[in-house]
Design a protein around this ligand. Structure first.
Ligand code: ADP
Ligand code: ZN
Ligand code: ZN
Length: 689
């Protein structure tokens, strides 16, 4: 058999490839058989005829023969996926009630760019006396050597005269690196040595939790563990919550390992991402560092995966498949060692992983005292004690989990509330921009001057966000703001690092793993905002937030922490105030066992959504239908309207995870195929956050 494709002819065909076409349709699932072009195998990317279309597909298996009439692929791509990533995608599709095609599309090589080739011109002889050259040619010669892609004609003429030599060189597009301060080389302390020994001595397949208080030096342990992995000839992946917010961590890895590292994140240009991916795929780079998607780094022979700040919610992906990078890491590290690290690990991890502890800060620094400030004692959002502490501080980090100026607007005369026209939520005032906006869908309107219902000009603003606090606090000290509205977070962090006196105010991002030695005060302005969240993880989140913020303070200089709340007795706040992670986790696990929440069950959430239809709530009916298929489930409950769509959900609480996933998958497929619900879209979230 001879396979032919446009552009080039493929030689003798050797057997069959089974491929998964990359479409998003839930109903269309491979594998489909094609003739096998030479050199292809599991992980190859091919263009195949599919019905009347030409479609990209991934080879998921090979066979010697097929009972179907086979077509020939049009083309084989230069890039391919390691076969273990194909296996991972198939597993992900099942684990998260998705399809292999959707899972595979998350793992594809970065698109839209190929290796960059540049023209490199070098002078090989001096012009002879009296040799005639134009002014332009002389200028060109004087400017060499350099990458020259511009005036190719003139360069070629110089080349024919033997004056210069031109060659093509591929050049790596190197991502820019920001740097904050200088890190020094350190000698591991006793706790670090012990923790490292546990990691390097672990058997393949072991999963460890490095539970070290803030400032215990976990990063140094990761660095040494990675060095040990490389020395054994194996490769490593380091997951961090978000690159833009963790420049110090990445910098330390660069300093230690240089070009052995490839960084994969969304801030790279297409070309840079492609180059970093290729360096990993070719084996030139052996350590991948990046946020959750770096768990798909095209490495083989993985000896170690580190998940830093494992409690961070950014490890959960919000698109389909809704994977959790921590679970995927566990799967990928099956033949290596998984190390999850945190000062505030999830109760799930304490329950399921072997714990290695680092209970003290390096250099014997102590954790800062935490004072709880009762907000019900005062009218505003800033207690006088907090104000005093800020005035006395040199460098403070202030956390307020709300962007914008104020929470919501109401008309003082008729009580109208300004709401998003497409979502059932209040619009938030952004005074500097002169707008009110919806934080769910991005809808924006001009700030209202009068009430459209009653004409009143008396419009009240309620609550305080980071923008308002920024202005109010600037009366005390210079203020830097860091939240999702800020374009270059790295620059803000650097300015804060370099400042003599400053207040850094922001949303949760200010509490991430930053290491600023001279912060002497941490403030949580509104601990109730996470605590009031109607979710079984609200206590866990509040504990983590307060503890992480406290972790930024008092490193090289004595520090203190103030937590403003109207629920001073909540377990999360009381335990965080005593730096009592053990007590908190024990209580939390007890509560979850009693209520049968994870890790004592698995949760699966199914959300149905659809455009509003003459008052009928189709999503609610669809949710009910799914529930009827699944049997035991909580709900259906209507959710608030989002982007103009009605929504409803059911939640399955299961002891047998695999069985429940299979049941939900079947139910969702049945309802998706039911014509009654053809306007409803369905989304499944296994282990929702
Ligand atoms: P963690 O991630 O556990 O909060 P880091 O890894 O950020 O802590 O370390 C905190 C600081 O302590 C860093 O500035 C780091 O360079 C420093 N450090 C780490 N290990 C040691 C050590 N053995 N001796 C002295 N300083 C150390
Ligand atoms: Zn009004
Ligand atoms: Zn909206």
């Amino acid at each position: 058999m001879i396979a032919r494709g446009p552009g080039h002819i493929l030689r003798a065909v050797d057997g069959v490839i089974q491929v998964e076409p990359l479409t998003t349709a839930r109903s269309l699932r491979g594998p489909f058989d094609y003739t096998r072009p030479p050199g292809t195998g599991i992980g190859s990317l091919v263009e195949v005829p599919f019905g009347r279309q030409r479609i990209t597909a991934v080879v998921t298996a090979t066979a010697s023969a097929s009972e179907h009439q086979l077509s020939d692929p049009f083309r084989v791509h230069d890039e391919s996926l390691p076969s273990e990533l194909v296996e991972l995608a198939v597993w992900m599709a099942r684990e998260y009630c998705s399809t292999p095609a959707r899972a595979l599309s998350l793992l594809l090589p970065p698109k839209g760019a190929s290796a960059r080739r540049l023209m490199w011109a070098e002078q090989v002889r001096e012009p002879e006396q009296g040799e005639r050259l134009t002014e332009n040619q002389r200028a060109l010669l004087a400017s060499l050597p350099r990458f020259a892609g511009t005036d190719l004609g003139s360069l070629r003429r110089l080349e024919t005269r033997g004056l210069i030599k031109i060659e093509l060189r591929s050049s790596r597009r190197e991502p820019s690196r920001s740097s904050i301060g200088v890190s020094r080389d350190v000698e591991l302390n006793r706790d670090q040595v012990a923790a490292l020994a546990q990691i390097t001595g672990a058997e393949p397949g072991e999963r460890l939790l490095l539970h070290g208080v803030t400032g215990s030096g976990k990063t140094e342990v990761y660095l040494c563990a990675v060095a040990d992995t490389l020395a054994r000839g194996r490769n490593a992946i380091i997951l961090v919550p978000e690159i833009a917010l963790t420049p110090q961590m990445v910098q330390r890895f660069y300093e230690r390992f240089g070009d052995t590292i490839a960084v994969l994140h969304s801030g790279l240009s297409d070309g840079e991402r492609y180059d970093e991916w290729q360096r990993l795929r070719s084996g030139e780079a052996r350590i991948a560092v990046g946020p959750r998607s770096a768990v798909f780094a095209p490495l083989t022979n993985i000896g170690l995966i580190v998940v830093d700040e494992e409690h961070d919610s950014s490890y959960k992906h919000e698109g389909d498949p809704r994977y959790d990078a921590r679970n995927v890491a566990e799967r990928r590290a099956a033949a290596g060692v998984l190390v999850c690290g945190s000062a505030t690990p999830r109760p799930e991890s304490v329950h399921g992983l072997r714990r290695v502890q680092m209970p003290a800060r390096v250099d014997g620094a102590v954790l800062p005292p935490v004072e709880v400030v009762d907000l019900s004692e005062c009218a505003g959002y800033l207690h006088p004690r907090t104000h005093e502490a800020l005035a006395a501080s040199r460098k403070a980090i202030v956390l307020l989990n709300r962007r914008g100026w104020s929470n919501f607007l109401t008309c003082s005369s008729c009580a109208r509330v300004w709401q998003c026209p497409d979502c059932d939520v209040a619009l938030v005032l952004h005074r500097a921009e002169g707008i009110v906006s919806c934080h769910h869908c991005g809808h924006r309107e001009r700030v209202p001057r009068t009430c459209p219902d009653c004409g009143s000009v008396s419009i009240a603003r309620h609550g305080a966000g980071t923008e308002r606090a920024e202005q109010d606090l600037s009366a005390i000290a210079p203020v830097l703001r860091l939240d999702a509205g800020v374009r270059d977070p790295g620059a803000v962090l650097k300015r804060f690092h370099d400042a003599d006196r400053a207040i850094l105010i922001g949303t949760q991002v200010v509490a991430k793993g930053h290491d600023f030695p001279d912060v002497d005060l941490g403030v949580v302005l509104d601990a109730d905002s996470t605590l009031r969240f109607p979710d079984f993880r609200s206590e866990e989140r509040t504990f983590a937030l307060v503890t992480q913020l406290a972790g930024r303070a008092g490193r090289a200089r004595a520090g203190r922490v103030l937590v403003q709340t109207s629920s001073p007795d909540a377990p999360s706040i009381a335990h965080a105030a005593h730096h009592d992670a053990e007590g908190f986790i024990a209580g939390e696990l007890e509560r979850r066992r009693a209520l049968r929440y994870p890790p004592f069950s698995s949760l699966i959430r199914i959300v149905c959504s659809g455009a509003r239809d003459d008052g009928a709530h189709a999503p609610l009916a669809a949710a009910d239908a799914i529930k009827a298929h699944v049997g035991d489930a909580l709900g259906p409950a209507p959710l608030f309207r989002l982007r103009g769509r009605d929504r409803a959900q059911i939640v399955v609480k299961a002891s047998d995870r695999a069985a429940a996933i299979a049941k939900v998958d079947a139910a969702v497929r049945a309802v998706a195929a039911d014509k009654t619900f053809k306007t409803v879209s369905l989304s499944v979230d296994v282990d929702p956050q």
